[in-house]
Every structure is written in C-alpha cells, then in structure tokens.
Design a protein. Structure first.
Length: 135
C-alpha cells in the first residue's frame, strides 16, 4: 500500500485533523482505497487532498505558525503525487493547498524512487506538525 489521500478538517485557520487513505500498489492500482489512520479533531470545515487516479503521494508542503506558542500550528497543507511506475521522475501533480498560508513553509519529499507509506504528526486540538515515512 501507498498513501493516496489526506482528508480532514480545518478550524479557525489551522488544520484540525487528518485522515490518511491508501491503495494497494498492484498496477493499475485496481484495489479500493482503504482508511489507514486518523489524528486530531473532526468538527471543522472538511478538506480533501486526493492524488489523481493511479498516483501515489510522494511529498507534501506544510505551513506552520512558527514555534510560539510552542508548538506552532499547522495552517496549510498540500501534497505531491507521482505514478508508481515513475517515482524517480518529476512531480506529476500537486494537490491543494488546504488551509491558510503562514510564515514558515516546509517542503517534505521522499527520496527519488520512494513513496509515502506512513503519515505521522503531532496533535492537540489542532495539528502541530506532520512527518512522512517513505519506502
């Protein structure tokens, strides 16, 4: 499986929650999407960052308010997608952003030839950070 979508909610200008979805990698990714994990709240405005059909997530760009109040809040998120047969090539699609830009922007990218298999983060009432595990 590889991550294909992050969906969740935004609340008061911050990413409140994330729900991670994945698909099996057997080409042409004919299997259905499966729910993998959730973090954070669910009462805000929904957003949907889904890779185009037959693509998987290979990176993301996050915006944080900084380190004060500590920790800062995740205010904006977009994801990068590629086809599984060309993971070493250029980004095929950028989906998003969801949320509001803020002062600190951090690009997160898998090494060439890798895709996202785990999304992890720090959360309280809103998301404070996001990390990717690639394979």
């Amino acid at each position: 499986h590889a991550v294909t979508a992050i969906r969740g909610t935004m609340l008061f200008g911050a990413i409140e929650g994330i729900n991670v979805y994945a698909k099996p990698l057997n080409y042409p990714m004919a299997g259905g999407e499966v729910f993998v994990a959730t973090a954070g709240g669910t009462i805000g405005t929904p957003y949907d960052l889904s890779c185009p059909a037959s693509m998987v997530m290979t990176g993301a760009t996050i915006h944080l308010t900084g380190y004060t109040p500590s920790p800062g809040e995740l205010t904006q998120l977009s994801i990068d997608c590629k086809t599984p047969t060309d993971l070493s090539g250029p980004v095929g699609a950028t989906v998003g952003p969801a949320g509001t830009p803020s002062s600190f922007s951090f690009p997160l990218a898998c090494p060439a030839g890798k895709k996202v298999i785990v999304v992890q983060g720090q959360v309280s009432s809103v998301m404070h950070g996001l990390g990717l595990l690639c394979r």
